[in-house]
Design a protein around this ligand. Structure first.
Ligand code: UDP
Ligand code: MG
Length: 138
């Protein structure tokens, strides 16, 4: 069974959509392996999005991701990484397919409700960013 990392982003938590999004993910066959709620520091958000450091939206992205609590979740499912990307929808909600989480809950390309790992390699790195090995035994 494959694992991936999602984050219910600060916009989702602030809007009271976290439960609905988690229910959506469970209905799509994802199982919660580990879950936390935290407000990321600038250092944490900066490190998590390190690959985007040179992109023009990096500063805004770090500011948004530290603006309130978020909920990282380690998820398990067959084909979890690719399937989560499908269920999330396109980065820009205007381009997201009907019925996807971003179409349903995102505000704009920055405040887009949810994160999902983009490859199995990055999923392993991102799960380990938030969760200790002892959290991931179930
Ligand atoms: N982002 C943004 N403006 C852009 C592209 C991305 O604010 O033009 C933000 C957005 O929150 C996105 C995150 O940066 O989810 C990471 O970007 P990526 O291209 O990895 O998109 P994702 O993998 O989240 O779909
Ligand atoms: Mg990405």
């Amino acid at each position: 069974m494959e694992r991936t990392l999602t984050i219910l982003k600060p916009d989702s938590v602030a809007a009271g959509n976290a439960g609905k999004i988690l229910a959506h993910l469970e209905a799509e066959g994802f199982r919660v392996v580990a879950m936390r709620r935290l407000q990321m520091t600038e250092a944490q958000a900066g490190a998590f999005y390190e690959v985007h450091r040179e992109r023009p939206f990096y500063g805004e992205l770090v500011e948004f991701m530290t603006s309130g609590p978020c909920i990282p979740i380690a998820l398990e499912r067959e084909n979890a990484v690719a399937y989560l990307r499908e269920v999330m929808g396109a980065t820009n909600p205007e381009e997201a397919a009907d019925g996807t989480i971003r179409k349903l809950y995102a505000t704009d390309v920055g405040r887009n409700a949810i994160h999902g790992s983009d490859s199995p390699e990055n999923a392993a790195i991102e799960v380990a960013f938030f969760f200790a090995r002892a959290d991931l035994l179930g």
